[in-house]
Design a protein around this ligand. Sequence first.
Ligand code: COA
Length: 251
Amino acid sequence: MTEHIIVERPEAYPGVMVIRFNRPEKKNAITAAMYHRMTAALEEANTDEALRAVVFLGTEGCFSAGNDMGDFLAHAMSGTTEAPAAAVFIKALALAEKPLVSGVDGLAIGIGTTLNLHCDMTVASNRSMFRTPFVDLALVPEAASSLLAPRVMGHQRAFALLVAGEGFSAEAALEAGLVWKVVEPDAVKAETLAVAATLAKKPPQALKIARDLVRGPRDEILARMDEELVHFSTRLKSAEARAAFEAFMRR
Ligand code: COA
């Protein structure tokens, strides 16, 4: 158990599970323990009929700064052949049975951005910034983002985001189709919960079928995750990636 992820079922929003990043002092960077907790929550939502929608939220001004760099470095140095902790969580995202809704306020980096590609509706504050510096860290895109982002936003914008590492403002993300709605920062939480609560009230079987139809086959997504993971795991152990993680830790 970690205090850095809070899982709640707010009484005011029946049928909604909230998964909240709670590590603001580290910009909600995600550790292995946090991935494990989120994976368990998603699995619980799949099997609990009372739960009809899952919400991801961050803290004020920060959704998540992505994977914890210390964890990346430890993994790179360890010589382990195990997949990084994010891999299991990423699969759980693809296998989620209930609608996923995210509310982003501020920084959304790495998986803080790619997680939203698995969300069905994302509300973002007008001060949000989406960025994936994978290649700058000598890594490659993950979470099937190399498949999903070009579908959502076309090749040029997906390339700018995933390969060139360009930042997308809330406005650019809205235009690119990465988010559903842009609101003032203090409205993000309420708007996100309202979206989820509305979905949670819909007839669940029809909702599930409609969602599955709109999302398309999962096999393709899972296969792309596996393909990315082969490269990601190798890159993670490369000298150039280690140098990038060490440079961050030394700042
Ligand atoms: N992993 C571990 N710690 C992180 C982190 C990460 N991904 N992102 C931020 N932190 C920590 C910082 O080390 C710092 O810790 P400290 O106060 O103990 O020194 C704290 O969070 C605050 O971050 P800081 O860099 O001082 O804030 P900032 O507002 O100047 O910059 C970011 C914020 C997110 C732009 C910057 O921290 C950053 O670039 N982080 C790395 C993002 C990244 O590349 N993620 C991986 C993507 S694959």
